[in-house]
Design a protein around this ligand. Structure first.
Ligand code: PMV
Length: 302
């Protein structure tokens, strides 16, 4: 019983930071993201009586993966051990979140290997239990996650956007996002963020619907800064930026190119622009290591 799935990482325009239920990974606020065409995880899962234990490829958090396999085995009422082989097409050390693509690919591959007939909605609910943002890597293109599940707002070809990731990070993060989520209530600005998010979501959804790039960009940049404000005022404070991150933020903020930035729980800068302006951005970062992404489909069996 074997299956292989590929899943994209995703970049959130309205961020998920903080959980109202830590165990069930239920978010305090809805988030909206886009799947990334060039940040892909491919995962093969095989269940067999011949495996005495679960084996997971090196470099992945095997405790979290085994816990996730147990969830799927429980649904399938089956107890065979698994061999899991996972590969990212981007360097794991680059500081690009691989937990979203990783748990999305693992969920879809393991469910197929176990012959579970699950709907897309059910797959997003399961992936969420592995890593919150993973549920957004299952539906296609532009995705919204609210409460227990995620769904596609628009297909990948709806809007020709780019996420140009400028890699400035290397090595492991000091604090994982999992631990960061747990401390969100210690920021005095967190309640303010929660009060502001509903209007910001509305603004972003309208901009997405009207393809109003200026309002879209201003809103996603605002939400990135707001999330990092909360992170930096948590106890203990979380600083994910380094000097190069700030330099790139400054450069984009000058608006000499039609682009906006967003940053996750790491120092890399995601530059969001329209397809027609891709070269204007890539020219600025000729000396950097960059990954150019378009919107793409969600997780699928290959
Ligand atoms: O799913 P997690 O626990 O890796 O959380 C990811 C949170 C951010 O990347 C910082 C924001 C987001 O919505 O993707």
């Amino acid at each position: 019983m074997k299956a292989t799935a590929v899943a994209p990482a995703n970049i959130a325009f309205i961020k998920y930071w903080g959980r109202r239920d830590a165990k069930l990974r239920l978010p305090y606020n809805p988030s909206i993201s886009m799947n990334l065409s060039n940040c892909l995880t491919t995962t093969m899962v095989e269940f067999s009586k011949k495996f005495p234990v679960d084996t997971i490829s090196e470099g992945f958090n095997s405790v979290r993966v085994i816990t996730h396999l147990d969830r799927l085995r429980k649904i399938a009422k089956m107890d065979e051990k698994a061999n899991v082989v996972t590969k990212n097409n981007f360097p794991t050390s680059a500081g690009i979140a691989s937990s979203a693509s990783g748990f999305a690919a693992l969920t879809v591959a393991a469910a197929a290997a176990l012959r579970l007939k699950l709907t897309e909605k059910e797959l997003t609910e399961l992936a969420r239990l592995g890593s919150g943002s993973a549920c957004r890597s299952i539906p296609d293109g532009f995705v919204k996650w609210e409460g227990e599940y995620a769904w596609s707002l628009y297909p990948p070809d709806y809007w020709d956007l780019r996420d140009i990731i400028v890699i400035v990070g290397n090595g492991k993060k000091d604090v994982s996002s999992s631990h960061g989520h747990e401390r969100v209530e210690t920021s005095p600005y967190f309640q303010k963020r929660l009060a502001d998010v509903p209007n910001r979501i509305k603004r972003l959804e309208t901009a997405l619907q009207e393809k109003n790039f200026k309002v879209f960009g201003e809103t996603l940049e605002e939400d990135c800064l707001d999330m990092h404000h909360v992170m930096q005022t948590q106890n203990p404070p979380l600083y994910y930026w380094n000097a190069e991150t700030v330099e790139i933020m400054e450069l984009i903020k000058q608006r000499t190119v039609p682009a906006y930035f967003t940053i996750d729980a790491g120092p890399n800068v995601h530059i969001i622009c329209e397809g027609k302006d891709e070269q204007k951005i890539t020219k600025l970062f000729k000396k950097n290591n960059i990954i150019v992404n378009k919107p793409v489909r969600g997780a699928r069996i290959i």
